[in-house]
Design a protein around this ligand. Sequence first.
Ligand SMILES: *Cc1c(COP(=O)(O)O)cnc(C)c1O
Length: 432
Amino acid sequence: MFVMDCLGVNEKNNLTIGGVDVAELAQEYQTPLYVMDEDKIRENCRCYTGAMKRYYDGNGLVLYASKAFSCLHICRIAAEEGLGLDVVSDGELYTAIKAGFPMDKVYFHGNNKTEDELTLALENNVGRIVVDNKFELSLLSGIAGRLGKEVAVSFRIKPGIDAHTHDFIMTGQIDSKFGVALETGEAEEIIVYASQLPNINVVGVHCHIGSQIFDIDPFLLAADKMTSLIADLKDRHGIVISELNLGGGYGIKYTSSDDPVPYDAYIKSVSEVVKKVCADRGVTLPKILMEPGRSIVAPAGITVYSVGAVKEIPDVRTYVSVDGGMADNPRYIMYESKYDALPVHDPAAKREKIVTIAGKCCESGDILIKDIAFPKIDAGDLIAVLATGAYNYSMSSNYNRIPKPPVVMISGGKSKLVVKRESYDDLIKNDI
Ligand SMILES: *Cc1c(COP(=O)(O)O)cnc(C)c1O
């Protein structure tokens, strides 16, 4: 009935998530409020770990891309579900350290890791550094030398694939700040160079071709090119690559017009490509890694808001303003991302009118959903914006000095607070 399958309707005709009444959650924790179904998150993790076991005989690892949503609790969930972790900054790494995440399963990404970040990573024995460029490689070799450590590295490769997605989130082509290019020979060159450096142990290659991708072909093409690179490195240079990381980017259902490929089917098709290239070229099947972020958490989360002013501009538009907006969900203003929303009471009511759901920030572009068919709605009503579990809390800001909403998780029909609401004092705590 709804775009998220962890939603329902109870006997009071209120929206539920993980079986819990959303109106009661709003009462208990106030709005705006992020709510996530932990059981759904775990189910999503198992969908990936199960598929990896089936199609790669257990020689694989799923990394949760923590930039989608990072906090102590989600790191603990990922660890309990047997996932590794992809981090892209010292802050995400610090969160993982504090959550007690097994460091050997942490992969450190990023196109401009600083000396301090690399030092923190090495001191904490992070499993892999995914090297982006030559500058970083020399920096890393130096730090590893000083610390007397050998560091296992993977390389971020641009396989040159157009993943048919929004320009902002397309990262696999040549004109990208991420990684080294395959077709120009840059990738091969840096790997050969690295294999001769002291303190550097070349282990893997990595690509990530974009985000919110529905098409399976770019993934198959990327798998083919990356596996061929592994074969080329062996044939031409005798370099053995034992890990192939195919990144994340699997699309999710934000609105009823989105139609994602079932992840299991995707993993199966990709595994067939990888196995075929390996067999044809006579290379040992590498350990396979994948890094879903959005698809693990987005379909498990909603944001609950209270409606304030409803402004009807005759013959123009009706603005329904809520008590949050771009500070807790900047994805419309950044990418014009589309979302669906429901009234918390009577969520299946007839959607009789086109409205625009706007935030409360001082920007005309502060919109959550433009032109959505919605049931009649008044000041004081609650609404839920759907599929906000990824890139909402993690991209939130204090713009207009708005405190960040709390995050509540639902498990076994019970709610628990996992991130507190920011207080006014939190807003000024670093001010001098
Ligand atoms: C963002 C990112 C991911 C996760 O992408 P999703 O679209 O959230 O699945 C994985 N790997 C890398 C390197 C990324 O930058």
